[in-house]
Design a protein around this ligand. Structure first.
Ligand SMILES: Nc1ncnc2c1ncn2[C@@H]1O[C@H](COP(=O)(O)OP(=O)(O)O)[C@@H](O)[C@H]1O
Ligand SMILES: [Mg+2]
Length: 544
């Protein structure tokens, strides 16, 4: 197969002096994509295993979160990178279903390979896959279940499903689901067309120490900083908050500047001058009426002293992201220039207080002007536990947010995939030509989800699939696998439900990635213009 197939784009790889074409290029790409999907397959579902990721420095992450695993893996092959990209997109868009998306991409490639080996042209496969994905969306519309955003019980089921199998998170599923719902509800904004949720409004502070049970939701911002001096007030009510991105210190002298001091009087003058400058800076702040200062940079001793004398609560070296959150929720403007401080820059909160959290001092900013901001303080015995808890909780927050916005869910446990597969096969029989084969291949690929769920639970995947198919033929749209008992049951009754958007996103992005990989029949060394180390999507030439 020397010539490029008409209409097929070429793929330029970063490896110089190398060119792979046609069938070879295709099978290598498919192989690489499948390999990545296989890497996360065993983690799917409540009974999935964890992976231990060890980086070159020996740091360890233990997780079964698909996106995390793929992100940490050192993947070079461009086609493999596309699969990683799918799970990343899934994570960015909906926060859950990352493993599902990667596994599905791998299976779509496997089925495509089988078809190619039977002599079906890749363009037929890609067009069949696209039709199948569109059909899925249509069918999903008919089997989705509407839930009211006020239906807390349903939201809790969605949160619990996302937490199932998430190690530490699962142990406190009840508590964490409740917390996730409370957090999302407190940041949700009601608009004319429904709810809008910005997960960024929820700050997660990790805290080593205490037990998971101590995890709490604070209706305010928690900043991981203490006040600079113990004699500053420990609590300020009616807080008028100043945010500065400049250092409150004597302007450092340029590296090369030289100051010649020839007498003690001159030295004294110099020191006086320094003091005056710092005092002026602090006075500028004081005259606005601020009683709390968060500074992104340093506050030197003298400035601390003046601030303390003025009864101001001050924190230094506050993270930029925290400064932005403070600005958003207290209504303050971050002041960049110490000569232009205005009263209008101040923000407001009912109280600012330093609290001792099991040995760590943190600043709590409560009752903000914009009351939407909330913080979750996670507790756990070790770094690994709090990290894993944070990942689990993040999934729960995202799915609850998505549910609140969309109000649409589907059942999990592979039930939705089997229903879609059945309906796709019916649809395929109405198609003429070879695309029929591709749509059937797509249907088979979807069934990798229930099969893998069963496999990971130590249940025979074939038996389960046969039983599920027959239940769906009988009209039991919600028949899925209970991975704990190995029985086929109604997943709605089992409380295993997921946001519709998690499914549509997974199916669409898996399809797009598989199609993109299949359309490549030429891998050519580029002239080196591309970024070093190979390249994801950006360097793929998509033109016809
Ligand atoms: N109790 C359960 N019984 C059966 N399947 C479940 C259960 N809880 C979750 N699942 C299924 O597990 C899959 C999600 O597994 P997970 O490891 O979280 O991967 P992902 O990264 O794709 O979210 C979904 O198909 C979901 O329906
Ligand atoms: Mg999940």
């Amino acid at each position: 197969m020397a010539a490029r197939m008409a209409g097929q784009p070429a793929y330029y790889s970063g490896n110089r002096n190398q060119r792979t074409r046609g069938h070879d290029a295709q099978s290598i790409n498919i192989l690489a994509g499948k390999a990545v999907a296989n890497a996360v397959r065993s983690t799917l579902g409540p009974k999935g295993m964890d992976k231990m990721l060890v980086d070159s420095l020996g740091d360890i992450v233990i997780t079964n979160d698909g996106a995390t695993i793929l992100k940490e893996m050192d993947i070079e092959h461009p086609a493999a990178k596309m699969v990683v990209e799918v799970s990343k997109t899934q994570d960015d868009e909906v926060g859950d279903g990352t493993t599902t998306a990667a596994v599905l991409t791998g299976e779509l490639l496997t089925k495509a390979e089988e078809l190619i080996n039977k002599g079906v042209h890749p363009t037929i496969i890609t067009s069949g896959y696209r039709q199948a994905a569109a059909k899925c969306e249509e069918v999903l519309g008919t089997i989705t279940i509407d839930i009211s955003p006020e239906d807390r019980t349903a939201l809790k089921k969605v949160a619990s499903t996302a937490l199932t199998g998430k190690g530490e998170g699962e142990l406190q599923m009840d508590l964490l689901s409740e917390i996730a719902i409370d957090a999302v509800l407190s940041v949700a904004e009601k608009t004319d067309s429904g709810y809008k949720v910005d997960i960024e409004d929820i700050t997660i502070e990790k805290h080593e120490g205490g037990s998971i049970k101590d995890t709490e939701l604070v209706k305010g911002l928690v900043i991981d900083k203490d006040r600079v001096r113990p004699n500053m007030p420990q609590r300020v009510d009616n807080a008028k908050i100043m945010l500065t991105s400049f250092a409150i210190e004597f302007n450092k002298i340029e590296k090369d500047a030289e100051i010649k001091i020839t007498s003690p009087e001159q030295m004294q003058l110099f020191v006086d001058q320094e003091e005056r400058m710092i005092k002026a800076k602090v006075d500028n702040i004081i005259q606005t009426g601020a009683n709390v200062v968060f500074c992104q940079k340093g506050i030197d001793d003298l400035a601390q002293y003046y601030l303390e004398k003025a009864g101001i609560y001050a924190c230094r070296r506050v993270k930029k992201s925290d400064m932005e959150k403070l600005a958003r929720s207290t209504g303050a403007t971050i002041v960049q220039d110490d000569t232009e401080i205005l009263i209008e820059d101040l923000g407001y909160a009912e109280s600012v207080e330093e609290r001792d959290l099991k040995g760590t001092k943190m600043t709590f900013v409560m009752g903000c002007k914009d009351a939407k901001a909330v913080s979750l303080i996670l507790h756990g015995g070790t770094t690994h536990i709090v990290d894993s808890l944070k990942r689990a909780l993040n999934d729960a927050l995202r799915v609850v947010g998505v549910c609140l916005e969309d109000g649409k869910v589907v059942v999990g446990g592979g039930a939705t995939e089997v229903e879609l597969a059945m309906r796709l096969r019916q649809y395929a029989s109405t198609l003429k030509g070879r695309e029929q084969l591709a749509v059937n291949g797509f249907a088979d690929a979807l069934e990798v989800i229930p099969q893998t769920l069963a496999e990971n639970g130590g249940i025979d995947p074939i038996d389960i699939l046969v039983e599920m198919r027959s239940q769906h033929e009988k009209g039991n749209k919600r028949a899925g696998v209970n991975v704990y008992t190995g029985k086929v049951v109604d997943m709605w009754d089992e409380n295993v439900i997921e946001p519709l958007r998690v499914k549509t996103q997974a199916i669409n992005s898996a399809t797009e990635a598989a199609v993109m990989i299949l359309r490549i029949d030429d891998v050519v060394a580029s002239s080196g213009k591309s970024s070093a180390g190979g390249m994801p999507g950006s360097d793929v030439e998509l033109g016809e």
